[in-house]
Design a protein around this ligand. Sequence first.
Ligand code: PMP
Length: 450
Amino acid sequence: MIGNQPLIERDHKVLWHPCTQMKDHETFPIIPIKQGQGVWLEDFEGNRYLDAISSWWVNLFGHANPIINGALKDQLDKLEHVIFAGFSHQAGIELAEQLVAITPEGLSRCFYADNGSAAVEVALKMSFHYWRNKGQTQKTRFITLENSYHGETLGALAVGNVALYKETYAPLLMDVITVPGPDCYHREANETWQDYSERRFALLEQSLQQHADTVCAVIVEPLVQCAGNMRMYDAIYLKLLRAACDKYGVHLIADEIAVGFGRTGTLFACEQAAICPDFICLSKGLTGGYLPLSAVLTTDTIYQAFYDDYQKLTAFLHSHSYTGNVLACRAALATLTIFQQQAIIENNKQLAKIMAKAAQRFNDHPHVAEVRQTGMILAIEMVKNKHTKEPYPWQERRGFKVYQYALSQGILLRPLGNVIYFMPPYVITEAQLFHIADVAWQAINRAVQD
Ligand code: PMP
């Protein structure tokens, strides 16, 4: 057995990990993972970690899933990748057909990219380019919501609003219109999610009224602002937004990269508002957490504005080397097969109820301001003062203490600031959910001690 230590040392010499102050690893070493099975990850010393956050929200049906493994092994001997300009392949075609069939009615064209941020870049560029092709060259701006997150490449970062990721790079970013968001954490004590979301929508409508002439699109994360501390809002907001975008002649981009594929209780979050966006961005769970792939689906109206003689120079310009990678498309098709063959959405409804039950006692915790849930996402807001919701100073890193303790107990939780959340693979069991909640309870109790 080689053990963890040699790999930890080699890692520390040459690697630079994402979203990490590398100096932290001087005292809290990285964990090298040898293998995974279902909800479990295992290191080189046989320690196991329950993946309660689906490895950054990508893994839907567990690690080493036999159906996805089988599909990839089968594909591997036939074709691994082929240039996607001038050439195509069966997996890419089938996947596009299926995505068109399962996404909200009205989306009929599929454009591939290779990660979530790239999908957001594609949607932003397509929206801008549509208006340009239509002669509306004054439309160059985007409206985004406070506390939103859409990725970390420069365009995606610009339309996001989480200071941690954005502030440092602000001088590099395009100017966007940021409006107060619908995040229901801030609602009045006796106000429903629906009332608050509706009330907050008025602020977005004002902005549309004022800027519609120069705005290409509004971009939102439907129902849950995931990287923005798992803040949630009511579907009414999306319904009103769709109507307003139509009224003011502005596109609606639904970034379902994190919330798509069953996370919120429906296959896509937009279904809960019964709306069809002009663009939907998909990634993460699209391949069941196996390979990087993203897709932007859009309408025929938008597609047609680009479809013309070459000399008109209206074609969409965006290309990544790995666009539509065959293996990634196969993993995605296998993922969709699992959705078709098993009653995943129904099963998730039961799991969501169990999650609620397992987390119920956090409501009374003296340092928890809110327990909120949308489908398979449950978040616990740890605060200094339960009544005023005064947060702990970020410098105290209480969430990091939760992370460290949970790992010592064999659970991978990775809080966002002081928000502890459960976003497990859909193959998790009732007993495992209760176990996660128990460990989180102990972890919070330790983290709030002074
Ligand atoms: N949009 C949303 C809503 C996301 O949650 C993320 C990733 N956390 C992204 C975009 C970016 O995806 P990627 O990390 O694959 O670039």
